[in-house]
Design a protein around this ligand. Structure first.
Ligand code: FAD
Length: 334
């Protein structure tokens, strides 16, 4: 038998949950490797750069748009990010479709330069392998073996799964791993809303009211953001449109051109300028519909297996962060 792998943890997912867990474990002397199928870190905290024919660059947040702070633990983290120049307050409220303003007094934070700024900050100093698509997780006597699409195998003394839960369950099923029946049933019952996002490059300023975000109301568009007013797209006017969960579910397989036509028609009174370019992003798992009752899930093993992510500690950026920290603490305590 191979040597056991003490204090060695493999983490799937370089979103907020995986990165914070990795950072916390590494600080406690664990050897940590993080695998992510994406070309960049951040997961659903995603920023896209779209070059224009004029040689300029549009920058759009197309996943999470901002985050709020509700707990002291997250407030301490965010204060550190603010001091490091990674996040800034965007607003304390946004316009709604009837022309009124919803201001509940809670600060909404944005990443400086885009939401991925937080993830890039956290990833510095961590061993993160990108463009690394995991295809199966296999159990061995004293370790996990993680298979990737490029034919590599990564051994893990402990394994932390942070992808959306249906994707994590599919990886375990592909490797023939059977979870305890109650755990499997609880996880299989979790679900997320889809979100169709349209990234729109404009010729001039948009008509989205200050400070560049709004909940327009209605059945088609859930959120509109002007990335220039937000402060992340200084060269090019660019708007992010998020369809409602209902529209996204109905049109998830609809041709992108048709989705763009429908969303642009609905948004026309807020676009304000000619549309130059459009791209679409489909989020199959955007925001959890129900959350798991614990901040992370531990299947003790050996070898230990943990689940974390926003579905465990709150359906938002803060929940993902707290879940990652909870998973690190739970693993260190085993
Ligand atoms: C459209 C949209 C709008 C949102 N708006 C807000 C908002 O305004 N405010 C807010 O607080 N939250 C918002 N959220 C939710 C927020 O983005 C998430 O709660 C948070 O980013 C989740 O972080 P996470 O680490 O749990 O998961 P993720 O960020 O999803 O990280 C999981 C990672 O796992 C990787 N992965 C998956 N499968 C594999 C595989 N097979 N191999 C390797 N890697 C894999 C993925 O690439 C991903 O990077 C929004 C989300 C979306 C999509």
């Amino acid at each position: 038998m191979a040597d056991p792998l003490p204090k060695q943890c493999l983490i799937l997912g370089a979103g907020l949950a995986g990165l914070l867990a990795g950072q916390r474990l590494q600080a406690q002397g664990w050897q940590v490797t993080i695998l992510d199928k994406g070309r960049g870190v951040g997961g659903r905290m995603a920023t896209r750069r779209i070059p224009t024919p004029a040689g300029t660059m549009a920058v759009l947040d197309h996943g999470a748009q901002f985050f709020t702070v509700r707990s002291d633990e997250f407030a301490r983290l965010v204060a550190g990010w603010q001091a490091a120049g990674v996040v800034a307050e965007w607003s304390r409220g946004f316009a709604v479709g009837d022309g009124s303003w919803l201001n509940d007094g809670h600060p909404r934070y944005r990443g400086v330069g885009g939401m991925t700024a937080v993830a890039k900050h956290l990833a510095a100093g961590l061993d993160v392998r990108l463009a690394c698509q995991v295809t199966a997780v296999v159990a061995q006597a004293d370790r996990w073996l993680v298979h990737t699409a490029d034919g590599q195998q990564y051994p893990a003394g402990a394994l932390l799964l942070t992808p959306p839960v249906p994707q994590s369950l599919a990886l375990l099923a592909a490797g023939g791993v059977a979870l305890p029946e109650v755990t499997q049933a609880a996880l299989a019952g979790l679900s997320y809303d889809p979100c169709l996002a349209l990234l729109v490059v404009l010729e001039g300023p948009s008509g989205v009211p200050r400070p560049g975000g709004m909940w327009p109301g209605g059945e088609i568009i859930g959120w509109l953001a002007d990335n220039t007013q937000k402060g992340i797209s200084p060269e090019v006017h660019a708007v992010t449109i998020h369809a409602t969960p209902e529209f996204s579910r109905t049109h998830y397989e609809t041709a992108p051109e048709e989705v763009a036509r429908l969303l642009l028609a609905e948004a026309r009174s807020w676009l304000g300028s000619r549309v130059l370019m459009v791209q679409q992003q489909r989020w199959r798992y955007s925001i959890p519909r129900l959350t798991y009752p614990e901040p992370c899930l531990v299947v003790p093993g050996p070898p230990p297996l943990l689940f974390a992510g926003d579905i465990f500690a709150g359906p938002r950026v803060e929940g993902a962060a707290l879940s990652g920290l909870a998973a690190a603490a739970a693993l260190a305590a085993l």
